[in-house]
Design a binder for this molecule. Structure first.
Ligand SMILES: CC(C)(COP(=O)(O)OP(=O)(O)OC[C@H]1O[C@@H](n2cnc3c(N)ncnc32)[C@H](O)[C@@H]1OP(=O)(O)O)[C@@H](O)C(=O)NCCC(=O)NCCS
Length: 166
């Protein structure tokens, strides 16, 4: 079967609902409020992306530059539709944001990852490898900080410094 091409672009607030649905359907992501995805689309579109195939949202990444760390892209969430996984879309979402001219000054990527999330680990390790770098892992958010008592710890992954060449 020929798969339709995947188009990746920055989101606007009009993509907020689709990002929320994608997060809900991903299975392993914390589902934030719909409002937060609208907000990310409206105010943080430059460091977020949506992947569309045949008009359908098949993936998204959200992130921002933490205040006080303007050279760092903190990846908040990334999700790819279960049927579209393993086709390089997750990697392309990351590379798309890094490849934007407005983001040419980004030198570090940070994300927090649960130790049991093999796909997410591979995604960030693979990106680090392609940049010729290691992915440094340190304590992120310990489990006891999460108020519902049912959340695995989140380790902090850090890649950099790099100058991304699209
Ligand atoms: C994590 C996720 C976004 C990866 O997206 P994807 O489009 O399937 O990833 P890619 O096809 O670009 O693969 C990237 C790398 O991860 C590897 N990988 C993908 N799925 C994997 C899996 N289930 N187990 C191990 N490795 C996996 C690929 O082989 C590839 O490795 P490489 O760089 O060495 O070639 C996707 O699995 C997902 O949506 N998971 C649910 C949501 C989630 O947990 N998000 C991350 C937490 S914020």
């Amino acid at each position: 079967m020929m798969l339709e091409e995947v188009d990746i672009r920055p989101p606007s607030e009009r993509d907020g609902g689709d990002m929320w649905r994608a997060a809900r359907d991903a299975g392993t992501l914390d589902v934030n409020t719909p409002y937060s995805y609208l907000l990310l689309g409206k105010h943080f579109g430059g460091t977020c992306a949506v992947a569309k195939r045949g008009g359908k949202t098949v993936g998204f990444v959200t992130g921002f530059r933490p205040p006080g760390k303007p050279d760092t892209w903190f990846v908040w969430q990334i999700g790819v539709d279960a049927e579209a996984r393993g086709q390089g879309i997750g990697r392309r979402l990351l590379e798309h944001v890094l490849g934007r001219s407005d983001n040419a000054d980004i030198r570090y990527l940070e994300a927090t990852v649960s130790p049991s999330n093999a796909a997410s680990r591979s995604l960030f390790f693979g990106l680090a490898r392609s940049l010729g770098l290691d992915c440094e892992i340190s304590a992120g958010f310990p489990a006891e900080l999460f108020p519902d008592g049912a959340h695995e710890k989140e380790e902090l992954y850090r890649i950099g410094p790099f100058t991304y060449q699209p």
